[in-house]
Design a protein around this ligand. Structure first.
Ligand code: GPV
Length: 842
C-alpha cells in the first residue's frame, strides 16, 4: 500500500498508461524496437533466435498489460479465488498460444513476413516449458487455459524447476537422458524478488502454557530456505482475462549465520549452503505414476506448499475478514496427494500462529481443500515414513497424529462394531517403518474427493477408498471427467481442421468456447465437398509428420499408409509391449506372404513415442525392443512400405502438436482399470483420428459420446481383472498361441540379443502376466484386423471420423472446469467488463 501513487499524481499515470501494439505496423515497430534496444542487436545481426525473442517480448508487453488489469480487477472485486496446487505444469510453448489466445496470429504472420521471417520458424525457436511428466502435468496446463478463458479468478502454484523433464535421446536403440536446461532465455516469467517467503525445515517443537492454561506449540531452530516467486502470465482465449501461474524458486535465506561464515573465511561452506538451498527447486522428479519416497522430494513438497499457503493467507488477510470466512474466499485444489501437506500447514498456521481452537481451525481447513485422485495403482500412492516427517517437519507430524486421533475417535464412535476399520483407515500405517498415508490424509482434510473419469471414480469409491465412503457418506466422492483445451489441441495444433470446422460450426471464437457447437459439422457428414476437404486436411497433417519423421530419423514413410500411433509415458500398465508384440506378429505374417499377396496389404506405419523413468528397467527394455524391431523391419527388403516402425525421440508437448493431428488410429490399450482417464485419447479423436482401446478410463465415456460403431474396443473388462490375475498366478496359465510365436521369434535372436528382452517375455510367461497381455492378445489382434478392413473403406472411415469429432464437445476442459467450479469450489467467474479496477486501491 505504501508503494501506491498518491491520488494527485495518478492523473499523470493514467494519461501515460502503457499499451501494447495494435495492428501490423505497430507490431513491426515493437519487434524492431526490441531487437534494437532490449536485445541490443540490429538488422545486420538478427537471426531467428533474436526474432523469436523480440516477437515474444512484443507479445509479452500485450499480455502484461491485461495481466495487471486482471489482477487489479480481482483484487478490487475480492471475490472467491481458486488456487490450483500442482507439482507439475506441462505447459509446452507459450508464444503460439499467446498469439492465438489474444487473436493476433495473423498480424504476427504478416508482420514477421515483412521483416523477413516465417511465423512457423519463429514459433519453433521456443524451448518447451516441460515442468511435468505426462498426463497429470498436462491436465494442470489445460486447466489453467480454461480457468483464464472462462474468467475465473484463479492462480496456479507450482515449483520453478531449473531442469524440467529430461530430454530423451535414443542411442543404439537405448534411451539416454540429457538434462533439460530451459531457462537460458525465458521471456514468459517475471521474477518477483520482492515476493519471498522464508521456509523452515528440521528443528524442534516447544510448548508453552499461558495464564489461562492454553497450550501453544512453537516450532524452533532448524534451517531456513528462501522461496522467491516467479510469475507466468496465462492468457485466456478471446478474453482480456490473464491469470497468474506462480512458481517458487529456492535460494539461500540471507541470515547472519551465513554472513558470519563468510566473514570468518569459511567461504566454501557458505557457498555450499547456497547450493544446498538451490537444490530444492533444481529438478523435476521424472517418475510418472510412481512414488519413490525420497527426502528431497518431501522437501520440495513442503517448500512449495508452505510458500503458496503463506501467499494465499497474506492475500486473505488484506481484506480483514474474520477467519471463518476463509473458505468463502479461498478454494484450494490438490492435484494428487503431492500438496497434501498444505492441509497440515493451514491447520498449523491457524492453531499455532493465529491462535484458533482446533475445531474451528479444522472446519476451515476441511471446507477449503479438495483433492483429485489420479490413480489406483498401489505403487503410485504416496506414503512418507514417520521418521522422515518427524525429522524434517516435527510440528507437522504432531498435527498429523492429532488429525488422525480425532478422526479415528470419530470412526470408533460411529462404527463401534468394526474394530478392524480403525487400522484399515488410519492415516498412520502401522508397518515397519510406520508410514503416513497421504491419500487418507488428503481425504480426511478435504470436503470433496474426485476421480478423473467415471470408471475411475467408481473404482476409488468401491476399492481403495471404500471405507471412507462408508465413513463420510457417498456425497464426498464425486467424478469430474477430465477434459482438454480445444485452443491448443485443435486450433493451435491443427489449424487446417480448425478452419474447416469453422466453415460449418461458425466463428472459432464461438465453437472453441462452447465445444458442443462441434455437433454442427455432423449435418455436413454427407456433403462431398466437406468430406473431400476433410481428407485433404488429414493428408496434409500426415505429410507434415512424414516430413518430420524423415528429417529426424531419415526414414521415408508414405502419408497414404495407415498411421498407427501410441505416444505416452512408457509403462507396463499402458502396454506398449503388447503393441510391439502385435507389430512383430504383423511382420511375421507379412514375411509368410508371397510378394503378390504382400502388395495387396494395406501399408501401416507404427509410430511410438514416450519417455521411460530413468530407473524403470522394464520400460527401458520396451523402448529397446521397439527400436530393435524398427531396425529389422525398416531394413527388410521383403517388407518395403507394407510396414514401418518408428520411434520418435523425446516426445513432448510441441511434438504432440505435430503427431496427434496426423494419426489415423491411436492406441489407448491399458489393462482395464489401470488408466485413470487418459487425456490424449480425447486429443486424438478431436483431431479426426479413431481409437483402438480397452474399456478403461475415459475411453468408456468417449464411446458413450461418439457411439460404439466409431471406436475399436477390445479386451477384458475391469471387473474380470482380479480373477484373471489370480488364474494366471495360481491356475494354469496358457499363453496365447500367437503371442507364443512372437516370443519364440524374439528368443531366436531375430531382433538382437534375446537376453536383452528376457524380462519382457518372462513377465508374461513366468511371472503371472500381471498386465494381462496374453489374455488380451487375441482380441487385440482381431481388432487390429478389423481396423485394417475398416480403413480400406475410406468412405465409411471418414464418416466415422467426422461423426466422432462432431460428438466430442463434452471433453473440453471448459466443461470440466465448470463442473469443479459448481460442484467443488463454489466460485464464479469475474467478467472482464464489470470493472477494470484501475486507480482503485492496490
Ligand atoms: I498418479 N497420471 C500421471 O500422468 N502421472 C501420475 O503420477 C499420476 C497420474 C495421469 C493418469 O495416469 C492418467 O490416466 C490421467 O488422465 C492423468 O493423470 C490426468 O488425470
Amino acid at each position: 500500500v505504501e508503494a501506491s501513487i498518491p491520488e494527485p499524481q495518478r492523473e499523470a499515470w493514467l494519461k501515460n498508461q502503457a499499451s501494447g501494439f495494435k495492428g501490423k505496423d505497430q507490431f513491426e515497430k515493437e519487434v524492431v524496437r526490441h531487437v534494437e534496444t532490449t536485445l541490443a542487436r540490429s538488422m545486420f545481426n538478427c537471426d531467428e533466435t533474436a526474432a523469436y525473442a523480440a516477437t515474444s517480448l512484443a507479445f509479452r508487453d500485450r499480455l502484461v498489460i491485461e495481466w495487471n488489469r486482471t489482477q487489479q480487477r480481482q483484487t478490487f472485486a475480492d471475490s472467491k479465488r481458486v488456487y490450483y496446487l500442482s507439482l507439475e505444469f506441462l505447459m509446452g510453448r507459450a508464444l503460439d498460444n499467446a498469439m492465438l489466445n489474444i487473436g493476433e496470429k495473423e498480424v504476427a504472420k504478416s508482420g514477421l513476413s515483412e521483416l523477413g521471417f516465417r511465423v512457423e520458424d519463429i514459433i519453433q525457436q521456443e524451448h518447451d516449458a516441460a515442468l511435468g511428466n505426462g498426463g497429470l502435468g498436462r491436465l494442470a496446463a489445460c486447466f489453467l487455459d480454461s480457468l483464464a478463458s472462462l474468467n475465473f479468478p484463479a492462480w496456479g502454484y507450482g515449483l520453478r524447476y531449473r531442469y524440467g523433464i529430461f530430454k530423451q535421446e535414443i542411442i543404439d536403440g537405448y534411451q539416454v537422458e540429457v538434462p533439460d536446461y530451459w531457462l537460458d532465455f525465458n521471456p514468459w516469467e517475471f521474477p518477483r524478488h520482492d515476493v519471498t517467503v522464508d521456509i523452515q525445515f528440521y528443528g524442534n517443537v516447544n510448548k508453552t502454557t499461558d495464564d489461562s492454561g492454553k497450550v501453544t506449540a512453537h516450532w524452533e531452530g532448524g534451517e531456513t530456505v528462501r522461496a522467491v516467486a516467479y510469475d507466468v502470465p496465462i492468457p485466456g482465449y478471446a478474453t482480456p482475462s490473464t491469470n497468474n501461474l506462480r512458481l517458487w524458486s529456492s535460494q539461500a535465506a540471507s541470515g547472519e549465520f551465513d554472513f558470519q561464515k563468510f566473514n570468518s573465511g569459511d567461504y566454501e561452506s557458505s557457498v555450499g549452503d547456497q547450493q544446498r538451498a538451490e537444490t530444492i527447486s533444481a529438478v523435476l522428479y521424472p517418475n510418472d505414476n510412481l512414488d519413490r519416497g525420497k527426502e528431497l522430494r518431501l522437501k520440495q513438497q513442503y517448500f512449495w506448499v508452505a510458500a503458496s499457503l503463506y501467499d494465499i493467507v497474506r492475500r486473505f488477510k488484506k481484506s480483514k475478514r474474520p477467519w471463518r470466512e476463509f473458505p468463502d474466499q479461498v478454494a484450494i485444489q490438490l492435484n494428487d496427494t503431492h500438496p497434501t501437506l498444505a492441509i497440515v500447514e493451514l491447520q498449523r498456521i491457524l492453531i499455532d500462529l493465529e491462535g484458533l481452537d482446533w475445531d474451528d481451525a479444522w472446519n476451515i481447513v476441511q471446507q477449503t481443500f479438495s483433492y483429485t485422485n489420479h490413480t489406483v495403482l498401489p505403487e503410485a500412492l504416496e506414503k512418507w515414513s514417520v521418521g522422515l516427517v518427524q525429522h524434517l517437519l516435527p510440528r507437522h507430524l504432531q498435527i498429523i497424529y492429532d488429525i488422525n486421533l480425532f478422526f479415528l475417535q470419530m470412526v470408533e464412535r460411529n462404527f463401534p462394531k468394526d474394530r478392524e476399520m480403525l487400522s484399515r483407515v488410519s492415516i498412520i500405517e502401522e508397518s515397519q517403518p510406520k508410514m503416513v498415508r497421504m491419500a487418507y490424509l488428503a481425504i480426511v482434510g478435504s470436503h470433496k474427493v474426485n476421480g478423473v473419469a467415471e470408471l475411475h471414480s467408481d473404482l476409488i469409491r468401491t476399492t481403495i477408498f471404500k471405507d471412507f465412503v462408508t465413513i463420510f457418506g457417498p456425497d464426498k466422492f464425486v467424478n469430474v471427467t477430465n477434459g482438454i483445451t480445444p485452443r491448443r489441441w485443435l486450433h493451435q495444433a491443427n489449424p487446417g481442421l480448425s478452419s474447416l470446422i469453422a466453415s460449418k460450426a461458425g466463428d472459432p471464437e464461438h465453437y472453441l468456447k462452447d465445444l458442443t457447437l462441434l455437433n454442427k459439422i455432423e449435418l455436413s457428414v454427407n456433403d462431398p465437398a466437406f468430406r473431400k476437404a476433410w481428407a485433404e486436411v488429414k493428408l496434409a497433417n500426415k505429410q507434415r509428420l512424414a516430413d518430420y519423421i524423415k528429417s529426424t530419423t531419415g526414414i521415408v514413410v508414405s502419408p497414404k499408409a495407415l498411421f498407427d500411433v501410441q505416444v505416452k509415458r512408457i509403462h507396463e500398465y499402458k502396454r506398449q509391449q503388447m503393441n510391439i508384440f502385435g507389430v512383430i506378429f504383423r511382420y511375421l505374417k507379412l514375411k509368410s506372404m508371397s510378394p503378390e499377396e504382400r502388395k495387396k496389404v494395406l501399408p501401416r506405419v507404427s509410430i511410438f513415442g514416450g519417455k521411460a523413468a530413468p530407473g524403470y528397467w522394464m520400460a527401458k527394455q520396451i523402448i529397446h525392443l521397439i527400436n530393435s524391431v524398427g531396425s529389422v523391419v525398416n531394413n527388410d527388403p521383403d517388407i518395403g512400405d507394407a510396414l514401418k516402425v518408428i520411434f520418435l525421440e523425446d516426445y513432448n508437448v510441441s511434438k504432440a502438436e505435430i503427431i496427434i493431428p496426423a494419426s489415423d488410429i491411436s492406441e489407448h490399450i491399458s489393462t482395464a482399470g489401470t488408466e485413470a482417464s487418459g487425456t490424449s485419447n480425447m486429443k486424438f479423436v478431436l483431431n479426426g483420428g479413431l481409437i483402438i482401446g480397452t474399456c478403461d478410463g475415459a475411453n468408456i465415456e468417449i464411446t458413450r459420446e461418439i457411439g460404439e460403431e466409431n471406436i475399436f474396443l477390445f479386451g477384458n473388462l475391469a471387473e474380470d481383472v482380479d480373477d484373471l490375475r489370480h488364474k494366471n498366478t495360481y491356475g494354469d496359465h496358457k499363453i496365447d498361441p500367437s503371442l507364443d510365436k512372437v516370443f519364440n521369434v524374439i528368443q531366436s535372436g531375430t531382433f538382437g540379443n534375446a537376453q536383452d528382452f528376457q524380462g519382457m517375455v518372462s513377465a508374461v510367461r513366468e511371472h503371472g502376466d500381471f498386465y494381462l497381455v496374453s489374455d488380451d492378445f487375441h482380441s487385440y489382434l482381431e481388432t487390429q484386423e478389423l481396423v485394417d478392413k475398416s480403413y480400406a473403406d475410406q468412405e465409411l472411415w471418414i464418416t466415422k471420423c467426422i461423426t466422432s469429432v462432431a460428438r466430442m464437445g463434452f471433453f473440453s476442459s471448459d466443461r470440466c472446469i465448470n463442473e469443479y467450479a459448481e460442484e467443488i469450489w463454489n466460485v464464479e467467474p469475474l467478467q472482464p467488463d464489470t470493472n477494470n479496477g484501475v486507480g482503485k486501491g492496490e
